[in-house]
Write a protein that binds this ligand. Structure first.
Ligand code: PLP
Length: 383
């Protein structure tokens, strides 16, 4: 029998049993009436989660595929774009734009901080000829556990006509996101985070303005052609064979999301974040992100002086079967990241904090066993 594992990554996240059963359904004809019904149910469900009347296109791909679609369809070679980066995934957006021939201007903020809307507003004001065609922003920067203030950043554009394109692969469903109310032209999400299904689907919402840009876009695309996806969507189909098991899994996950209700889901994620932060602090460890910008999906914890983050991670895994993520690039071996999004509940967090205390003790760090767990329990009891 397989051992029970606590998978506390910021993706892939644990898959609920009902979704696993959804993934195991028999194949159907993707050009038949059953599929049309499923497709309609899914796109309507996704629109509710995205909080939008815009179209939401499903690609059989990793989240990065959704990011690529968000570049290839809306930006033509030579066009100017502005990428706001606060970490690894902001950098990835800039790199994708470069590879598709865009003239990339990038604003970098220190890893562990959020983007400053005033800096963005200044840069936008300087573009008096309105040459910038799109601004790319990461909603929740998974590499640092920092969430950007999207409404503020959107407002920084003022009347500038640039498209506002958002990577919310690890944000949507774990925190507030209002596609229409916040006027977000393109939003990218992925299956293996708050949607609680395995990796392999990306979702891209497209505003009217973004569709207009897609029609004029000269970049080469076939697999990522969002216009083809829209054309087929009109008849309840996809341009090529869809990832059917993922879609029947998604149907179950959307039912779960609707039954818990988005506001409750967001409150739960806040509570999980607060429990993790209180618990880790009570152990005397430092957090990378300040409270005001801290993510409700993932928390980055600094390893204490003299102990490598990866030693803590391997102790957690080998002794207690708890899996957390490591640091990326400049934060490699300096932090570890506890994912708390999707099918994660309060008692999972208590278990992980208990394992963390014991792992720290094994690694030679002075910790009072129970202190972190207690701090988290207190948050839970008060909520
Ligand atoms: N964007 C963000 C914010 C992410 O967290 C991730 C994955 O962790 C991605 C994009 C890329 O998703 P994928 O690894 O599925 O390509």
């Amino acid at each position: 029998m397989e051992e029970k594992q606590y998978l506390l990554l910021p993706g892939p996240t644990p898959v609920p049993p009902v979704v696993l059963r959804g993934l195991a359904k028999p194949m159907i004809n993707h050009r038949g009436p059953e599929f049309k019904e499923l497709f309609t149910e899914l796109t309507e469900g996704l629109k509710e989660v995205f909080r939008t009347e815009n179209d939401v296109i499903i690609f059989p791909s990793a989240g990065t595929g959704g990011m690529e679609a968000a570049v290839a369809n809306f930006i033509s070679p030579g066009e100017k774009v502005l990428v706001v980066s606060i970490g690894n995934f902001g950098d990835r957006f800039a790199e994708i734009c470069r590879r598709f021939g865009a003239a990339v201007d990038k604003i970098d903020f220190p890893w562990g901080t959020a983007a400053d809307a005033d800096v963005l507003a200044d840069r936008i004001k300087k573009d008096t000829k309105e040459e910038i065609k799109a601004v790319f922003v990461t909603h929740n920067e998974t590499s640092t556990g920092v969430t950007n203030d999207l409404p503020k950043l959107r407002k920084a554009l003022g009347d500038h006509p640039a498209l506002f394109i958002v990577d919310s692969v690890s944000g949507l469903g774990a925190m507030e996101l209002e596609t229409d109310a916040w006027n977000l032209d393109v939003v990218v999400a992925g299956s293996q985070k708050s949607f609680m299904i395995p990796p392999g689907l990306s979702f891209v919402s497209v505003s009217k303005r973004a569709w207009d840009a897609a029609e004029k876009c000269t970049n080469a695309r076939y697999y990522w052609d969002i216009m083809a996806a829209r054309k087929y969507a009109e008849k309840g189909q996809t341009p090529y064979t869809p990832a059917l098991p993922q879609l029947t899994g998604l149907a179950e996950s959307i039912k779960m999301i609707k039954s818990e209700g988005l506001p409750n889901i967001i409150t739960r994620h806040r509570r999980l974040r607060d429990m993790v932060r209180a618990g880790v602090r009570a152990m005397g460890l430092e957090l990378l992100a300040a409270d005001e910008v801290s993510s409700t999906a993932v928390t980055a914890v600094l390893a204490p002086p003299g102990i490598e983050a990866d030693t803590i991670r391997s102790t957690l895994r080998e002794r207690f079967n708890v899996v957390v993520a490591g640091g990326q690039n400049q934060l490699k071996n300096k932090i570890f990241r506890i994912g708390h999004l999707g099918y994660v509940r309060e008692l999972d967090i208590l278990a992980v904090l208990a394992a963390l205390e014991m792992s720290l003790a094994v690694c030679g760090y002075q910790v009072n066993l129970g202190q972190g767990v207690r701090a988290a329990q207190e948050i839970l009891l008060k909520s």
